[in-house]
Design a binder for this molecule. Structure first.
Ligand code: PXP
Length: 247
């Protein structure tokens, strides 16, 4: 089953750097085009409620300007549904959002909000978007995602990444085992499996090796590494490591 693994590059933090100075640069669209040229299979951008990085105009520019699929990440709010239905991106990834968090800290509680989310995603699906739920590896969340008719689940690798970074390798291994089990369950229910959050050159291989995982979405580390290597070479190196792990 382990076909080619896709790499979605998240360009949110290009906008973070731009917004720090209130200037027009660096431009997220230019980064997306560079990512595309370096072999990214898709571009992910998160339009947060507080617009702290990506802004509405960035989403419009990305939608019009890139050839590869756009994965529109957002909270399941009415405001975001209206924007998605206007732009009709290739994919929509629903994430939980809290204003005070620094990044998306946990997975979406699909099981606890099943009825509302089922109604929320129906028009997005009807508009042709592949709808993904960003969730933990918990079987309840995976089963609920299948029941509401999501096409994709993206498994949150943030906890694994944190454990790995702290050198708690036994615990990271246990977390990986749970991710593997979650990926197998999701696949058996007909869901396409993606994964992401906190992935780096050092920790990507075991996640890339999970055969049911079809796509990784990686942002913060790649944008940081672009400072040293350049964005294209950073993406190429990530791609090389993903492909090596897959082989
Ligand atoms: N996938 C989802 C759903 C996310 O929310 C994020 C962070 O915006 C990522 C992937 C990428 O995480 P990171 O920036 O840590 O690589």
């Amino acid at each position: 089953m382990a076909g080619k693994l896709r790499l979605g590059v998240n360009i949110d933090h290009v906008a973070t750097v731009r917004n720090a100075r209130g200037s027009a640069w660096p431009d997220p669209l230019r980064a997306a085009l560079l990512a595309e040229a370096a072999g990214a299979d898709g571009i992910t951008a998160h339009l947060r409620e507080d617009r702290r990085h990506i802004r509405d105009a960035d989403m419009e520019a990305l939608r019009a300007g890139i050839e590869i699929p756009l994965n529109f990440e957002c909270a399941a709010t009415d405001e975001m549904a209206a924007i998605v239905l206007r732009l009709k991106p290739h994919a929509v990834c629903l994430v939980p959002e809290r204003r005070e968090e620094r990044t998306t800290e946990g997975g979406l509680d699909v099981a606890g909000d099943e009825n509302r989310l089922a109604h929320y995603i129906a028009p997005l699906r009807d508009a042709g978007c592949r709808v993904s739920m960003f969730i933990g590896h918990d079987a309840r969340q995976i089963e609920a995602s299948a029941r509401i008719g999501a096409a994709v689940v993206e498994l949150h690798t943030g906890h694994y990444s944190d454990l790995h970074a702290e050198g708690r390798l036994d615990e990271a291994e246990a977390e990986l085992a749970a991710l593997r089990k979650g990926a197998a369950l999701a696949h058996s229910l007909g869901l396409e499996v993606h994964a992401g959050h906190g992935l780096t050159f050092e920790n990507v291989a075991p996640v890339a090796a999970i055969p049911e995982v079809m796509e990784l979405n990686i942002g913060h580390f790649l944008i940081g590494e672009a400072i040293y290597l350049g964005l294209g070479p950073a993406i190429e190196e990530m791609r090389r490591r993903m492909d090596a792990a897959r082989a």
